[in-house]
Design a protein around this ligand. Structure first.
Ligand SMILES: Nc1ncnc2c1ncn2[C@@H]1O[C@H](COP(=O)(O)OP(=O)(O)OP(=O)(O)O)[C@@H](O)[C@H]1O
Ligand SMILES: [Mg+2]
Length: 252
């Protein structure tokens, strides 16, 4: 089976004042259709940088990113358009996904309009898209992101991300800023959408219980490197690396 996303030897160094940090150090992995891949590891180990490179929010120093068989390592401008048709991202702080001056109605349908749909047609999709994430149009109608709760806003961010039916959804700590009940609801929503649209998900998290609930495979990162990769069961029940054992112990 061909991977939907393949990352080969990805490397990124940042210069900070007089020193520099190797945020992502020669990492390679593959994501297959229908996978939910967890990326775990302590703060600063390079998780967000990895997905920021994959989604082309940052330029790589070296390595390759292959999306659906196409090399997108240096994709810019118009070719980024087709990248974002296939790959969408949901961030830690739901409000970050929205322009505070843009009404949520318009924000959700923006990707559809960018994709060539008329505004009228796109608007017709709103009730359906909101229904997918368990919200009613009356809740968001003519509102701005700051008028919603974090959990509601994250649902709207997910509705926006899946509006154009991407193949891959990347969630960077998408539930970390929420209370436990809202976290559980978002996880259940992601599971439902994954099945419904055969989405492949990359889930970045500190939370191993989240990984247990939703991921079928896990990558453990430490200081920019992948130190262990396996099925979720193997990682949680039979960790090979000392660092993974520590990570599991520290979360029980
Ligand atoms: N734009 C930047 N400029 C300079 N250094 C950066 C930049 N972005 C990230 N870094 C550094 O790269 C390293 C990896 O950061 P990254 O944000 O990828 O970690 P993370 O695993 O996502 O951490 P967290 O769990 O806290 O979100 C850190 O040392 C960080 O300080
Ligand atoms: Mg991060």
């Amino acid at each position: 089976m061909e991977p939907i996303l393949s990352v080969e030897g990805l490397t990124k160094r940042f210069n900070q004042d007089k020193s520099s940090v190797l945020a992502v150090d020669n990492i390679s992995f593959q994501l297959f259709s229908g996978d939910c891949l967890g990326i775990v590891g302590e703060s600063s180990c390079g998780k967000s940088t990895t997905v920021n490179l994959i989604t082309r929010l940052k330029d790589v120093d070296s390595g390759k990113i292959i999306l659906n068989g196409i090399d997108i390592t240096s994709a810019k401008g118009k070719s980024l358009h087709s990248v974002y048709q296939k790959m969408q991202m949901v961030f830690q702080f739901p409000q970050d996904s929205f322009n505070p001056h843009q009404k949520l109605n318009d924000a959700i349908i923006e990707p559809l309009i960018n994709n060539g749909m008329s505004k009228r047609e796109a608007k017709k999709q709103l009730p359906y898209l909101l229904d997918l994430v368990g919200l009613d149009l009356s809740l968001i109608n003519n509102k701005y992101s700051y008028e919603l709760s974090g959990g509601q806003c994250q649902r709207v961010a997910i509705a926006r991300a899946i509006a154009i039916k991407p193949k891959i959804l990347i969630c960077d700590e998408a539930t970390s800023a929420l209370d436990v009940i809202s976290q559980k609801q978002i996880v259940d929503l992601l599971k439902k959408l994954q099945k419904q649209f055969n989405l492949s998900i990359i889930l970045i998290t500190h939370d191993l219980s989240l990984v247990r609930q939703i991921c079928n495979r896990v990558i453990v990162m430490y200081r920019g490197k992948i130190v262990e990769e396996n099925s979720t069961n193997e990682i949680l029940q039979n960790p090979q690396q000392e660092y993974t054992k520590l990570l599991i112990q520290s979360t029980v």
